[in-house]
Design a protein around this ligand. Structure first.
Ligand code: UDP
Length: 328
């Protein structure tokens, strides 16, 4: 039985990856320090003999006994609000965390796949973004802690690949959505759906002309699965190229939820990218992958998940008490 370590296992993407690898017959070792992840995302896996969980901060030395075949490094805060609340941890998990994962991989002779991001392209001047584009990132802006940690993570991973001959894979993940997203993490989709369900105004930042392209989580997981098992060590974009403006997106959510709340326009956050769309030519050619789930279908499934949450869950201002985490 192949053994895989998934860091960030209790997070949105990590928990979907745990499900997928269990389904594929792997022994999954999930790791998370639960700063932004939630045990409720993975508690259904605890009875399985194929799953074990370590409550551990990957920025600190990682010890996993026994054989390891694969490591997926998905631990990281991943929404602009989280970076503002926990900037130092965001930097540490992308830098110290990846160093620990790569060291562990080298010791175990395991293959590592790291979660990189479209944020490494910053506010892109090339559109759509190809893997060859080096990006336009402000290192000292509010997003810099995430963007630069992820860029460092790519550099470190390539260094282990070229210097130590370690087997490595890099996925650049574009905006992804689906069940198990945190309702109040500040991202646009849970923000709009949460507002609709609570009867609050829909908040568009800026004039809503900025664009994003949203990928349903099952499609993303399939792309990651194929990349891990491929022999391609260069970065690969995985995302859905179906680009939409944030105001059009708000209209779709309003139609989906039937809310009669009004739209209000708030200031655009600093360094908010004006446009974003993945060029997925590489994923198509190398992995034979492209997204299959339309936004209409994906949004329906995601809305059904948010509707299933309890009233208490829906009205929590945040799922995590960031105040208790002191920045060292
Ligand atoms: N956004 C918005 N209203 C919200 C939350 C986000 O208009 O209540 C905008 C945000 O400014 C950005 C886009 O939606 O332009 C996507 O934001 P998100 O935080 O989901 O992801 P990212 O900016 O990292 O792509």
């Amino acid at each position: 039985m192949k053994r895989i370590l998934i860091t960030g296992a209790a997070g949105f993407l990590g928990s979907h990856l745990c499900d997928r690898f269990i389904k594929e017959g792997y022994h999954v070792i999930g790791m998370d320090n639960l700063i932004t992840g939630r045990l409720s995302n993975i508690e259904h896996l605890f009875p399985s003999a194929s799953f074990e969980f370590y409550n551990h901060d990957v920025s600190k030395f990682i010890h996993v006994p026994g054989q390891l075949d694969y490591i997926l490094h998905f631990a990281s805060p991943a929404s602009p609000i989280d970076y503002l609340k926990i900037p130092i941890q965001t930097l540490k998990v992308g830098s110290l965390g990846i160093h620990n994962c790569l060291g562990l991989a080298k010791a175990k002779n395991a293959r590592v796949l790291i979660a990189s991001t479209s944020e490494i392209y910053g506010d892109p001047t090339v559109h759509p973004q190809t893997e060859e584009y080096w990006g336009n990132v402000n290192p000292i802006g509010p997003r810099g802690v995430y963007d630069e940690a992820k860029r460092f993570q790519e550099a470190m991973t390539m260094a282990y690949h070229t210097f130590h001959g370690l087997e490595t894979r890099i996925v650049r993940i574009f905006n992804t959505y689906g069940p198990k997203m945190r309702l109040n993490d500040g991202r646009v989709l849970p923000a709009f759906i949460g507002q609709a369900l609570r009867g609050e105004d829909i908040t568009i930042f800026g004039d809503g002309s900025q664009t994003r392209a949203f990928c349903y989580v099952d499609d993303l997981v399939e792309g990651i699965y194929r990349l891990l098992l491929s022999d391609y060590a260069q970065p690969v974009n995985i995302g859905n190229p179906d680009e939409i403006s944030i105001s059009q997106f708000a209209e779709e959510i309003i139609a989906l939820t039937g809310t009669d709340q009004k739209v209000v326009y708030l200031d655009l956050p600093v360094d908010d990218p004006k446009q974003r769309q993945p060029d997925i030519t590489k994923a198509k050619e190398i992995l034979g992958w492209e997204p299959k789930i339309s936004r209409e279908e994906g949004l329906k499934r995601t809305y059904a998940y948010f509707c299933s949450l309890s009233e208490e869950e829906l009205n929590k201002k945040d799922h995590n008490d960031f105040e208790k985490f002191t920045v060292k």
